[in-house]
Design a protein around this ligand. Structure first.
Ligand SMILES: [Cu+2]
Length: 123
């Protein structure tokens, strides 16, 4: 019994460490992943993106942090980037985008598609 019990604790601690590492990866501090690419932040308020235009380097992974500052849910969506993510009211999400070629990539809030639009410029 004793060897099993004493081995169980380090395993649980390892699990906690991995969980903390995951949480740490969601903080604004630059992660190893972001150092290779770009980390961008965008918010939506009164159903408008701020900023409405984002810029990122071509050929590098992009980490996009989306903050919904409105009390109603939104869906961050881009057909060209193949991204679709629902956010709760006042919710936040981190979206990992694959390296892209230079170009303009439209995105929008699919729940408010006529008012909430933006573009990611990759160059
Ligand atoms: Cu959608």
């Amino acid at each position: 019994m004793m060897p099993t019990a004493s081995m169980g604790l380090p395993l649980r601690m390892l699990g906690l460490g991995a969980a903390l590492a995951l949480i740490a990866g969601l903080t604004p501090a630059p992660s190893a992943f972001a150092q290779d690419g770009a980390e961008l932040v965008i918010s939506a308020k009164d159903h408008k993106f701020d900023p409405a235009e984002l810029a990122a380097p071509a050929g590098k992974p992009i980490v996009l942090r989306v903050k919904n500052l409105d009390p109603s849910p939104m869906e961050f969506e881009s057909n060209s980037l193949r991204v679709e993510k629902v956010l709760t009211g006042n919710g936040e999400a981190v979206i990992n985008i694959r390296p892209q070629q230079a170009g303009r990539y439209d995105f929008f809030d699919d729940f408010h598609a006529s008012t909430t639009k933006g573009v990611l410029v990759v160059k």
